[in-house]
Design a protein around this ligand. Structure first.
Ligand code: GLA
Ligand code: ZN
Length: 683
């Protein structure tokens, strides 16, 4: 695990820093572009995404191509030693194309074809659009595939969405035929004898029927298949002329796109994140936990390669209301949070604010003022200067003994099933409940899909593992028998991969036997309701013995497990909330209710102590402070961050000598962090 890995751009040994750059919007003002190159140096930037939305500038009319501005910019980048991430322009189509070929525009759920407007709205199937994309990508690849400034390709932009045109529906029906073989199998998988929805011909399979949730889950699988197919289509001409890595920018946990699957076909993981921390936000710490959780997921998509922030914001994104200014310290803290989590580049949307259109008020390195004497620019330049001191961090990795399982398909399964207590963001929120106690102890957690091998960890946490894919429960059992600690919760083992409920008791498919508990019923509460929970026997929960559960209260029975906490209220008073079952050399825990984070703190706190899980610092951290550790050979890098609006002192390990990367100075004893401040120590 501790071998240095290659950098994002092989051979380019700097932290990537830069962003989306749109010189095509400034062709009328060459002096502005000249000024950009002066400012880039002052800002300590080195990497720019070019041409994301530039199709019309390359092909102003059908079949007539010109790459003048891009030639000049690419050459200038090379001359100044910068790197270009060159985009394919399919994220937005030229007006002439939309009007000549209306079929390239998407059809929505009501059957209406979209107007020519906005972006990210082309049909995934259209042979015309595919051909146009093939041609433009080929031109770009032939022209720049071996250009010295080219470091990576950026396919389209934030690929997402669905199209219901006739071509897409036909593709869907063929995809189903391939997947199921027979209509009998399909009808069975979707339980479509319900309401007489039995399909008797493939052409009847209309995806906009929300009464068949199994079909909706398959529709999401299919639209993801289309998206990946389009991505691969775009890559083909690039691959033919260039060896540069290829990627596309992801959008965090965006529910409809299964990024775990898309990750398998990109070369580099690139995410767009806009945390916009505000020190007076009562949910500040929780937002930070959430962002770290996403970073963990992104890091684990490709453990052998660093990931990068492709987009983030230097100031306020115009779409996030209220548009609070970034307070002092916040910018570095946001960016170092990504680096601490294994990223090796943080880029921005956008380099320079445009004068018009809907993103003219979106934060940028260069403001409308047009010079470097702004707070936003100084924040970026300070970070650029810090990054120049950080190349030694490149190649260091995050090591985890704990894994959490996060599945897009489980989330789809819950969200498309009518009834079971679904609330917006419930799936990700419940994940963060469990991650929170580790975050505040600085214990790193890997986040994986349940299809990945988790046998090498010491602890595996699987909250809301709604959809149990074949073999997962058996792997969980083998993991526990071999000595692992497995924790699962309410809404786990409910459905199989078709979103069909398991029969024979929940959690199904063997999890009931592993956990030694039967979750008979589920009580879903109003937002303002809670149920008291009492810990039983032993001192595992410290002094506090009574906690609250809310939202989901599973009503469960012991089937061999021991109860560690029970309800203290309602008709299910005395029934188990937390249980432990010993199987082979390990333990399986089941948590029947959505308990408050304090309860999880106590539970995981004890687990961490009992198992002596590794922590980067021996002393407890002040609330709202976290540490992320990266390791390279014998050196440990501690990214220490304060998500509080007040200064904090952090107790360092007494016997250790630390070196602060910011100024190279030795640090011993304690570290002082400013409000919203961050530091990086090496030991
Ligand atoms: C997304 C897009 C960018 C830009 C930003 C604004 O991430 O990819 O083109 O619109 O949002 O925040
Ligand atoms: Zn379509």
């Amino acid at each position: 695990m501790s071998n240095p890995r290659p950098t994002i751009f092989p051979g380019f040994n700097q932290i990537l820093h830069g962003g989306d750059y749109n010189p095509d919007q400034w062709q009328h003002a060459p002096e502005v572009i000249e000024e950009d190159f002066r400012l880039i140096k002052l800002a300590g930037c080195n990497t720019f995404s070019l041409g994301i939305f530039s199709w019309t500038s390359y092909e102003p009319e059908e079949g007539r191509f010109t790459f003048d501005w891009l030639d000049r910019i690419m050459d200038r980048m090379a001359q100044d030693g910068h790197r270009a991430i060159l985009a394919t322009p399919s994220g937005a189509k030229p007006a002439w194309m939309s009007f000549t070929y209306p079929e390239i525009r998407r059809v929505d759920g009501q059957g209406l074809r979209d107007l020519h407007r906005r972006r990210h709205n082309h049909c995934w199937s259209s042979p015309v659009y595919r051909e146009k994309v093939r041609i433009i990508n080929t031109k770009l690849a032939e022209r720049y595939g071996k250009h010295p400034a080219l470091a990576m390709w950026h396919i389209s932009n934030e690929m997402n969405g669905e199209c219901y045109c006739d071509l897409c529906l036909k593709w869907w029906q063929e995809w189903l035929r391939e997947k199921y073989g027979t209509l009998e199998a399909l009808n069975q998988a979707w339980w479509s004898h319900f309401w007489s929805h039995t399909f008797t011909d493939w052409s009847q399979v209309e995806p906009r029927d929300f009464s068949l949730d199994g079909m909706r889950v398959d529709w999401l699988r299919f639209t993801n298949h289309q998206l990946r197919d389009f991505y691969l289509w775009e890559c083909r001409p690039l691959r033919a002329h260039s060896v540069a890595p290829i990627t596309t920018n992801f959008m965090g946990l965006h529910p409809p796109v299964d990024y775990a699957k898309l990750a398998e076909i990109v070369d580099v993981i690139a995410d767009d994140q806009y945390p916009a921390y505000y020190p007076d936000d009562p949910n500040l710490v929780r937002s930070a936990v959430n962002v770290s959780f996403k970073g963990n997921l992104y890091r684990c998509f490709k453990p052998d390669r660093p990931w990068m922030l492709m987009e983030s914001c230097t100031g306020a994104p115009q779409w996030k209301q209220p548009t609070h200014l970034k307070r002092p310290g916040v910018h570095q803290t946001e960016m170092l949070q990504a680096l601490g989590g294994g990223a090796e580049g943080t880029c921005y949307f956008q380099w320079r604010k445009g004068r018009g259109s809907c993103e003219k008020f979106h934060g940028a390195v260069v403001d409308h003022a047009g010079h470097e004497h702004t707070r936003e620019f100084r924040d970026v330049a300070d970070l650029g200067a810090l990054y120049r001191k950080l190349p030694e961090v490149l190649g260091s990795v995050v090591q985890s003994e704990v894994a959490m399982l996060y599945d897009w398909e489980s989330r789809w399964g819950i969200e498309h099933s009518d009834g079971p207590g679904f609330r917006d963001e419930m799936y990700a929120d419940a994940m963060c409940d469990h991650y929170h106690p580790f975050w505040e102890q600085g214990i790193s957690v890997d986040v994986l899909s349940s299809e990945r091998d988790f046998s090498g960890y010491r602890v595996v946490i699987a909250p809301l593992l709604w959809m149990l894919k074949p073999g997962v429960a058996a792997r969980a059992r083998a993991f526990v028998e071999a000595g692992g600690v497995f924790i699962t919760t309410f809404f786990s083992g409910i459905c199989d991969e078709h979103n069909l409920c398991f029969t024979g008791g929940w959690p199904g498919d063997g999890l009931m036997a592993l956990c030694g508990v039967w979750n008979e019923e589920t009580d879903v509460l109003r937002e303002d309701e809670t149920r008291r929970v009492r810990t039983t026997g032993g001192a595992w929960a410290g002094k506090k013995r009574v906690y609250q559960a809310g939202h989901v209260c599973g009503v469960a029975h012991l089937r061999g497990a021991k109860a560690l906490a029970v309800y203290d209220q309602d008709f299910y008073k005395g029934q188990p909330v937390l249980t432990r079952n010993t199987v082979g050399k390990g333990q399986a825990y089941y948590l029947a209710a959505r308990v408050e984070v304090d309860f999880l703190r106590a539970f995981y706190g004890k687990l961490v102590r009992d198992m002596t899980l590794q922590r980067p610092l021996a002393a407890a951290l002040p609330r709202g402070v976290t540490v992320q550790e990266r390791v390279k050979a014998q050196t440990r890098y501690l990214f220490i961050q304060n998500f509080n609006n007040t200064a904090k002192r952090i107790a360092l390990d007494a016997t250790c000598k630390y070196r602060r990367l910011r100024d190279g100075k030795a640090v011993r004893g304690t570290l002082a962090l400013a409000p919203m401040g961050s530091d990086i120590l090496a030991r």
